[in-house]
Design a protein around this ligand. Structure first.
Ligand code: GLP
Length: 260
């Protein structure tokens, strides 16, 4: 796991966008794993800017989102399908038909979850997965206690996550209890994972996921088992890391040819 400590969101957005740009040069029909939440927004903003400049071409790219609320009517502004459209895919030239999301309004949720796994496989798997992390250690919506080998399925949200996400709704009572989410096993299948975290409220979870034991109580810690994970954090989110100086030294002296 590589930890890169940067001054702020702008630098995080730019470095993650560099990784996407390098991937698209290598593989114009790459498969991107798209996360919602506020952490990836600087990356999406930077990618949209680079597309406008003519540096990037998303026309052959496919995107898979991580998760979705159950029970929101399709088109609800907080449906993650809508959020990702607003925040990213409408701002670049990805064909709308090339963006896939788990179906939280399916009559048969288990069948929809299986179909989502099949669609990811049929696309050849995710080349680069962007991830945020919840304050309780969840990635996508894999709450503490999730099986470390889980696949796409329905989950119940923990109260803390519903509280954290209440800011997007008219209060906590409107936040759904159920979600469908890629599993931890699904996320581990991506070729490269870039996790983004900023702010002091993420300091403890960043320490737990990078330096704590691999344990279901902090689902993001499963990323320690993945061979290619990059964690991009600002100073505040890095403030509890025990080996912060070592991560800084390593990144400052990294051979240029290595990339992220
Ligand atoms: C939601 C999403 C996660 C995201 C998390 C953190 O719960 N399901 O994918 O990582 O929020 O969001 P933020 O980046 O806004 O802190």
């Amino acid at each position: 796991m590589e930890v890169v400590i940067l001054p702020g969101s702008k630098q995080i957005g730019s470095l993650a966008a560099d990784a996407v740009e390098a991937l698209l040069r290598r593989k114009p029909d790459a498969v991107l794993g798209l996360a919602t939440g506020s952490s990836p927004l600087p990356v999406y903003g930077e990618l949209a800017r680079r597309q406008e400049e003519g540096r990037l071409d998303f026309s052959r790219v496919r995107g898979f989102t991580l998760d979705e609320y159950v029970g929101l009517e399709p088109g609800h502004p907080q449906c993650y399908r809508e959020v990702i459209r607003r925040e990213f895919t409408d701002r670049v030239d990805i064909a709308p038909g090339n963006v896939y999301s788990p179906d939280g309004s399916a009559a048969d949720i288990p069948a929809a979850c299986r179909a989502y796994e099949d669609a990811i496989k049929a696309a050849g798997g995710v080349d680069l997965q962007l991830l945020g992390v919840g304050t309780d250690g969840h990635i996508a919506f894999n709450e503490p206690g999730s099986s470390l080998a889980s696949r796409t399925r329905i989950k119940s949200l923990i109260e803390q996550t519903r509280r954290d996400n209440a800011r997007f709704f008219n209060g906590i009572h409107d936040v759904p209890h159920h979600v469908v989410t890629q599993g931890l096993g699904t996320i581990l299948d991506a070729n490269h994972v870039i996790l983004l975290a900023t702010g002091a409220q993420k300091a403890q979870v960043v320490r737990d996921l990078v330096e704590g034991p691999v344990a279901a109580i902090c689902p993001a810690s499963v990323l320690q088992l993945h061979p290619h994970v990059t964690v991009l954090v600002d100073e505040a989110a890095a403030s509890s890391l025990r080996l912060a100086d070592y991560y800084r030294h390593t990144y400052d002296n990294k051979p240029a040819w290595q990339g992220l």
